[in-house]
Design a protein around this ligand. Structure first.
Ligand code: MG
Length: 360
């Protein structure tokens, strides 16, 4: 588990755990040095801290994957490395096309394991319809890496589906001027949809880290979502914001939406899909499933007129069969609150950090 106190002098695991400590760290250090470097021409800059950047009409993203262990129930570091970058590009509304793959291999990694990972990268690329077009391989002495780290960077392009989506948004919101799907686009009245069950990935990785058997068949949900997202944009439309709720889980993703769009979000506890074994594992360990990371889910903010249609579309797909409308955007409060099953209201703060280390 991640230690809950950040250090003022040294990097601790919490600085990479996806919650408030990591966000503060990024603002205080990364943005301090890089935040005012300007893109030439139009774009979505680093300081937007969205899932990816846009440079002209190209969406650009880099993501290092440090999951431990490198093989876990339902996936491995290769599948994760492709899905992570593909999904961050996809939630901006772009279609990912090409990836770069940087491998940092630890001395002693069995070549048999490396082959499994490379095969998994290949298979996930074929699933997503993307190519690895460049890359790099480095080797380091045996240390604490756990076998290997994989960085993937990638680019995505604008599509007809994205243009269609934006024209649907403008039908209901004539003043909508954004060219991309951004965290800052939510307005009161929009509905919030989750594409499926939460917590599966984090709990699957935790079970592998700790050698725990929680019963049931807990598997990571890691998968590329670009095809289903592009179809939703083109066939339904009306989507204004999207996020893949990875480290820090749904709680962190919703707080990002709320902060950047400057709106409140109310979610309904009885609508949040959670698999029974994941719920049981969280209860046993005192974890909040809202704060556990996912790698094959998307949180969607959509204009209210299109919410039911978007839900119906998602439920007609394999990836979105457990989708639910889980909440609504409001100007009646700031931050995120949840109407609980017993009829109360609970504030959902940004988590300090994902309680499970090295899940992605
Ligand atoms: Mg993301």
């Amino acid at each position: 588990m991640v230690e809950l106190t950040p250090s003022e002098e040294y990097i601790t695991m919490l600085y990479g755990a996806g919650g408030s400590v990591m966000h503060d760290f990024i603002k205080k250090y990364i943005l301090k040095f890089f935040g005012d470097l300007e893109i030439q021409g139009l774009g979505i800059p680093l300081k937007a801290l969205d899932d990816a950047a846009a440079v002209g009409d190209i969406v650009f993203k880099s993501d290092s994957h440090v999951v431990k262990p490198i093989f876990f129930p339902g996936g491995d570091i290769g599948r994760l490395a492709v899905s992570g970058t593909v999904n961050d590009i996809s939630v901006m509304g772009a279609q990912p096309t090409a990836l770069a793959c940087g491998l940092i291999l630890e001395e002693g990694l069995p070549l048999r394991d490396l082959q499994r990972i490379l095969a998994s990268i290949r298979e996930t690329c074929l699933e997503a319809g993307v190519a690895i077009v460049t890359g790099d391989t480095k080797v380091v002495e045996k240390s604490g890496l756990g076998g290997c780290l994989v960085n993937t960077s990638g680019i995505g392009v604008r599509t007809e589906s994205l243009e269609k989506n934006i024209s649907v948004v403008r039908r209901y919101r004539p003043d909508f001027r954004e060219r991309w799907i951004l965290d800052s686009n939510l307005r009161p009245g929009d509905k919030i949809i989750i594409s499926g069950t939460i917590g599966d990935h984090g709990i699957a990785v935790l079970s592998a880290q700790e050698g725990l058997d929680f019963g049931g068949d807990i598997k990571s949900d890691v998968k590329p979502l670009n095809k289903i997202i592009q179809r939703m944009l083109g066939e339904v439309g009306g989507v204004v914001s999207m996020k893949d709720p990875t480290r820090g889980g749904l709680a962190d993703a919703l707080n990002e939406f709320s902060e950047k769009s400057n709106v409140g979000i109310i979610i309904y506890e009885d609508k949040i899909p959670i698999k029974e074994p994941v719920r049981a594992a969280c209860e046993m360990l005192g974890l909040d499933p809202l704060e556990i990371g996912n790698e094959g889910k998307v949180v969607i903010g959509v204009v209210k007129e299109k919410a039911e249609e978007a839900l119906e579309f998602l439920r007609s797909t394999n990836e979105g069969r457990d989708a639910e409308i889980i909440g609504v955007v409001t100007d009646k409060l700031s931050g995120v609150a949840m109407e609980t099953i017993i009829g109360g209201k609970r504030i959902i703060p940004r988590p300090i950090g994902d309680p499970i280390p090295r899940i992605c």
